[in-house]
Design a protein around this ligand. Structure first.
Ligand SMILES: Cc1ncc(C[n+]2csc(CCOP(=O)(O)OP(=O)(O)O)c2C)c(N)n1
Ligand SMILES: [Mg+2]
Length: 343
């Protein structure tokens, strides 16, 4: 840092007054580079499960999870690599899972859409849209019954708010004042349908949550600072037993709905829209702010990139050299109490 440059502070502090700027940037960059790495390797056909990448949406998992304690619970959906990593899930186990290996976080039988890491209270993801929302209400209910100070965060796509269980989950969690934070990621699409063709323009999820007595907020999901600040308020609210909180963040997925490529040429959205959102890259815009504020230098960012790429390479090596699950164990771990032999 040249001495002539005065270090300014970008106002992102945790409760202990620690400036989180570097960490937030690192964690977003880590998700980006890992997913770009997955996209690069995917065409080799060694990863045999579908992958839904969250490239472009990284500020939401990072901004939300940075306010959580390790005992807090997170659950996600089909697009959850970012949620898993932001909650501290093990990268090697995630990659091994995507490669279908027995060292994977779901022992190689779940794939990208069934991620779980109990050691960090990442309690799982499921691909059936909205199906996991009431499960998260259940963990919040358990915390409530035990009078714990632990919060459950459930990440859902805005498409999932169309499902009946969303309404039921809001209702029950409001009724019992459960410690749960609903995080809706609004990337404007559900697969290839614009949400404008699926939901009436007047539909306002924050107002819907409020109608249940649940405070809610709409935020810019590409602005890490905003996501972090709003999440702190939401999570603090749930932690002190004031009940649930709802947040919705506008953002944009850069890649195709499912898979490693881009799909702006197939007609449901156009390249111009994508390029406009790319300009608003959550990582690029934050990097620029930090550099202009003399908080970080390009060289430090390059070092971050190198460290992440090295970590990714080692995790890929681990995944590739791990064994596949054996056929006789394939039906194990389907149920907690008993291993049914289904083959
Ligand atoms: C109950 C159900 N219906 C349909 C699908 C097929 N499906 C998979 S992902 C998805 C899109 C969900 O959109 P959204 O919740 O906005 O999440 P995004 O993919 O945009 O992150 C759909 C319809 C499914 N998995 N489950
Ligand atoms: Mg969506």
């Amino acid at each position: 840092m040249p001495s002539s440059k005065k270090k300014q502070k970008l106002q992102i502090f945790d409760d202990a007054g620690k400036n989180l700027s570097h960490l937030l940037l690192y964690n977003m960059l880590r998700i980006r580079l890992i997913e770009e790495g997955i996209a690069d390797l995917y065409p080799n056909q060694e990863m045999r499960c579908p992958v839904h990448l969250c490239i472009g949406q990284e500020a939401i998992p990072v901004g939300v999870c940075s306010s959580l304690e390790s005992e807090d619970i997170v659950m996600g959906n089909h697009r959850s690599h970012g949620h898993y990593l932001a909650k501290g899930g093990d990268l090697k186990a995630m990659l091994a899972e995507i490669y279908g290996k027995s060292t994977g976080c779901s022992k190689g039988v779940g794939g990208s859409m069934h991620l779980i890491d109990l050691s960090v209270n990442f309690l799982g993801t499921t691909p059936i849209v909205a199906s996991i929302i009431p499960v998260a209400v259940g963990t919040a209910f358990a915390s409530w019954m035990k009078n714990e100070n632990r919060v459950t965060v459930i990440f859902l796509g805005r498409g999932a708010t169309e499902e009946g269980v969303f309404a039921e989950s809001l209702n029950f969690s409001a009724l019992k004042k459960l410690p749960i934070v609903f995080v809706s990621e609004d990337n404007f699409y559900s697969v290839y349908s614009p949400l404008s063709e699926r939901q009436p323009p007047e539909r306002d999820n924050v107002a819907i949550a409020k109608a249940y007595g649940i405070p809610g907020v709409l935020g810019d999901g590409n602005n890490i600072q905003e996501v972090y600040e709003l999440s702190r308020t939401a999570i603090d609210h749930a932690r002190v037993h004031k009940g649930p909180y709802f947040m919705e963040f506008k953002t944009y997925r850069w890649r195709e709905h499912c898979g490693p490529y881009f799909d702006n040429d197939i007609g449901y959205r156009d390249e111009k829209e994508y390029l406009q959102w790319k300009e608003r890259c959550p990582i690029g815009t934050f990097e620029k702010k930090l550099i202009e504020s003399n908080i970080i230098e390009k060289q430090e960012i390059n070092q971050m990139r190198q460290a992440i790429l090295q970590e990714f390479e080692e995790a890929v090596e681990f995944a590739k050299t791990s064994p596949f699950p054996s056929p006789e164990n394939i039906s194990k771990n389907l149920y907690k109490e008993k291993d049914f032999n289904l083959v």
